[in-house]
Structures are given as C-alpha cells and as structure tokens.
Design a protein around this ligand. Structure first.
Ligand SMILES: O=P(O)(O)OC[C@H]1O[C@H](OP(=O)(O)OP(=O)(O)O)[C@H](O)[C@@H]1O
Ligand SMILES: O=c1cc[nH]c(=O)[nH]1
Length: 177
C-alpha cells in the first residue's frame, strides 16, 4: 500500500512546467522545422499531446505527436511498437525526436524507447523531456528538459496523475505504508 506524503506539483505547476519546456524546445532547436514528439505510454502520451498543443500555440504550427508503447516492444511484438496517433506515417529520418515521459527513474524505459526509435528510422537528434526526474539512474541517460527535479529515496514513489488517464492533474510523492 502506498501512502501519499507530499504534493510535488499541482495542476498549475504542471501547466507551467509544460509551457516552459515548450519554450526550451523551441529555443534549443531554433524552431520546430524538424521536431517530432514521441510520448511513452502511458502518461508520456498525454504529456506529449499537451506539449504539442503548447508548441502549436507558441509557434503557430503543427508538430507531429506519436505514441510509443514500450510494453509491446519489450514483449517482442515487433509488428508496431509505434502506434501512430497523427496523420501520416512515423518518419524520424533526419528529424529531432523529442521523447516525452512522466517520470525518469532508472532510465531503463528510455533505453527501450531509444532502441525502438532507432529501429524505425535514423533521427538526427533524440532529446528527452520528462515531467519529473527523481534520480537513481542505472544507465548513462539524462533528460534535456525537466519539469521538476525531485530528490527521492529508492523506497519512495513518484505518482504522476493526469486528467486524461486519472481524475486530476497532480504529482505526489508516496511511500510504502
Ligand atoms: O526510468 P524507469 O526506471 O524506467 O522508470 C520510469 C518509467 O516508469 C513508469 O512507467 P511504468 O513502467 O510504471 O508504466 P506506466 O507508464 O504505464 O505507469 C514511468 O511512467 C516511466 O515510464
Ligand atoms: O517513482 C516512480 C518510478 C518509476 N515510475 C514512476 O511512475 N514513478
């Protein structure tokens, strides 16, 4: 049983973090000409969609958003690890792919996502955006865009809740009861 300990981000803080990351992506990539977003299932997908809407609102242009379901990849179902959620086919060749996830912990999910993307094309750059970086990396992986850095113990858990998948927008630090 998990017990909620601390509210790390409320709805406003999540919204502000996504807006800031959108500005950082535009600044770092000098626009959005080659940018595509890939949300990692589950909560990376609505976060990528929100980021896509922010980018469109700021720059006045559409940015493709795709879903990546790592569980399909891990189960060795190579048929379609990328579920296309945007018009047209996933095309990463020469592009800047921004991977989006809710929490970065050991880095193993991102490693699987990198494998899946590299098998599907040859992006020029792959960047990583996460809402929360909670530390404890087990692989040499870091995020380029971070909503909030949260020092945690290994016994704790960061629970990201989003309206699209949960009943509300909040990020909570939990501990085992
Ligand atoms: O850096 P890591 O150690 O890989 O941990 C981070 C991953 O763990 C969670 O996903 P989870 O596998 O719990 O699935 P979910 O997104 O469906 O909740 C989270 O959404 C990240 O994708
Ligand atoms: O704390 C954690 C660790 C991995 N994935 C999560 O969603 N939270």
């Amino acid at each position: 049983m998990w017990k909620e300990k601390t509210l790390l981000m409320d709805e406003k803080a999540i919204g502000r973090a996504i807006r800031r990351i959108a500005h950082e992506i535009i600044e770092r990539n000098k626009g959005l000409d080659k940018t595509v977003l890939v949300g990692i299932h589950t909560r990376g997908v609505p976060l990528a969609q929100r980021l896509g809407r922010e980018l469109a609102a700021i720059e006045g242009r559409h940015v493709p958003v795709y879903d990546l379901d790592i569980s399909a990849y891990r189960d060795d179902d190579r048929k379609s690890p990328i579920a296309v959620s945007d018009a047209g086919k996933f095309d990463a060749d020469g592009k800047t792919v921004v991977l989006v996830d809710d929490v970065l912990f050991t880095g193993r999910t991102v490693r699987s996502a990198l494998n899946a993307i590299m098998e599907l094309g040859r992006p020029q750059f792959i960047e990583l955006a996460v809402l929360v970086d909670r530390g404890h990396r087990e692989l040499p992986i870091r995020a380029d865009y971070v909503g909030k850095n949260v020092p945690t113990s290994r016994k704790e858990d960061v629970s990201v809740q989003l309206k699209e998948t949960d009943s509300c927008d909040r990020v909570v630090l939990r501990e085992e009861n």
